[in-house]
Write a protein that binds this ligand. Structure first.
Ligand SMILES: [Zn+2]
Length: 314
């Protein structure tokens, strides 16, 4: 594969990324951005390190870290974690959605140009006063609507992506507004094979997922095991249909564990082992192939997170 993946410790070849959780939270402190829930503060460095060591023990190699600046992204801590554990951590620039965090202070009245400039700087120069660069650009939308600021962020993300080659990966609230996000990316001229939507399995609607995939985007299913919403059977049946439709090269998995109570090291679960130990064996049992599993966990993340070519910052 050509191109490179921009990890927090520098660029690597796509084939070096390895088994990857496509949307996770390892070390952050959302109280920085005014999100005050104690359970969401993943701010214990030693626990984060232990988390990654457990992950490494089951064959984990890559993590896309989805904590943005206003979610208390800890760049210095993440640099040390990558050095100490050898995990390929790919961090993000950009912002989350407005119904989860107050953007008055962090986004305010910034223009699309200003937001774009800030994103480009974090991808090409470094984040938070370090020279560790972001490897992807985040945007997000609220539940069933897109605020003015969210739209500005999405447009800035598309423009910064086109200039830097860093892929765009967004938060959807309960899986809604995906087609609307795609329309904005298209308007901005983004090649949709560099666009990915997370949390879409919170809205497990076959027609809707197929319509998004038809546009050429990637989807992340990051809810396996979260039975409080619905059973994994729903995800499995959806995946069977989408794979039959030919989309096995466009789907990635993760567990989006943004709370202490999601992690083994904080005494809870399911932890970074769930996908490997429970979800993938189940997929094999339900008729999926080893090759498809490899695509979901290794090949698709490697292709998606590759900085694409032909940009002025290459
Ligand atoms: Zn997340």
């Amino acid at each position: 594969m050509e191109g490179k993946i921009r990890t927090i410790l520098g660029d690597i070849k796509p084939e070096e990324l390895g088994y990857t959780m496509a949307h996770e939270h390892i070390l952050d402190d959302p109280s920085v951005g005014g999100f005050m829930d104690e359970d969401h503060r993943l701010n214990d460095y030693d626990k984060a390190k232990e988390m990654l060591q457990i992950y490494k023990g089951i064959g984990g190699k890559g993590i896309a870290e989805a904590s943005t600046k206003h979610w208390g992204r800890n760049t210095a801590g993440m640099i040390s974690l990558a050095k100490e554990t050898g995990i390929n951590i790919v961090c993000c620039t950009g912002y989350l959605c407005e119904n989860q965090v107050n953007m008055d202070e962090w986004v305010g009245n910034k223009t699309i140009d200003e937001l774009e400039e800030e994103m480009i700087k974090e991808v090409t120069e470094g984040m938070d006063g370090t020279n560790a660069k972001a490897g992807w650009i985040k945007g997000g939308t609220s539940y069933d609507y897109i605020s003015k600021r969210e739209e500005k962020i999405l447009r800035a993300a598309a423009r910064a992506s086109i200039k830097t080659g860093a892929p765009v990966h967004t938060h959807t609230s309960t899986g809604t507004m995906g087609l609307e996000q795609i329309a904005i990316m298209s308007e901005e001229g983004l090649d949709l094979s560099h666009f990915c939507l997370a949390h879409v399995d919170r809205n497990p609607d076959y027609w809707y997922h197929k319509k998004m995939l038809e546009k050429g985007v990637y989807l992340i299913y990051d809810g396996p095991g979260k039975a409080k919403y619905y059973t994994d059977e729903v995800r499995v049946e959806l995946l069977k249909k989408l794979v039959k439709d030919g989309y096995e090269d466009r789907i990635m998995f993760s567990n989006d564990m943004g709370k202490r109570s999601h992690h083994l090291v904080y005494g809870k679960g399911p932890g970074l082992v769930y996908i490997k130990e429970k979800w993938l064996p189940r997929l094999l049992d339900e008729g999926f192939t080893e090759e498809q599993i490899r695509k979901f966990m290794v090949d698709n993340p490697a292709r998606f997170y590759t900085m694409y070519k032909g940009t002025k910052y290459e």
